[in-house]
Design a protein. Structure first.
Length: 151
């Protein structure tokens, strides 16, 4: 079907758009765009000012020099039997919490999600005497990049 351009234009001009439903018209007339009020910005700026006044930026203070410790004339001699070498015998890492930090879009086809992980590490040490032990617990945080799948 080959229609001339003028014929096509004439047919298109004859078309009329459908009427907007009354329910949609009423909803659009009653809707008001939500705009932030200027006093939200003023309240936020006042809060920041209060924080700066309450917690001023760190300034270094110069204190009097600390005199060197007095040198003891006799150093106490410890017996080698009291010294212990401790080696790790057991270690566990427990994932406590994961938070999403943000998305990096350095390459639009390969976005990267940054995840913050919170860990608790438990390490048990045993002394070289074979009897004495102690346990150390430490928390750590890591930022892990995770490649997102895009379709």
């Amino acid at each position: 079907m080959n229609i001339e351009d003028d014929e096509l234009e004439r047919r298109l001009q004859a078309l009329q758009p459908a009427a907007v439903p009354e329910a949609l018209t009423a909803r659009l007339q009653h809707a008001r765009p939500k705009r932030p009020h200027w006093w939200y910005l003023a309240a936020a700026m006042a809060a920041v000012a209060v924080l700066f006044l309450r917690f001023p930026p760190h300034t270094e203070t110069v204190s009097a020099p600390i005199p060197p410790p007095a040198v003891a004339t006799e150093t106490p001699v410890e017996s080698l039997e009291d010294l212990r070498v401790f080696l790790p015998i057991e270690q566990t890492s427990t994932l406590v919490k994961v938070e999403k930090v943000g998305v990096l879009e350095t390459d639009p086809e390969r976005p990267i999600q940054l995840m913050r992980t919170f860990w608790v590490d438990d390490v048990t040490y045993r002394g070289d005497d074979g009897v004495s032990t102690f346990q150390r617990q430490e928390s750590r945080t890591e930022i892990i990049p995770v490649a997102l799948q895009t379709y």
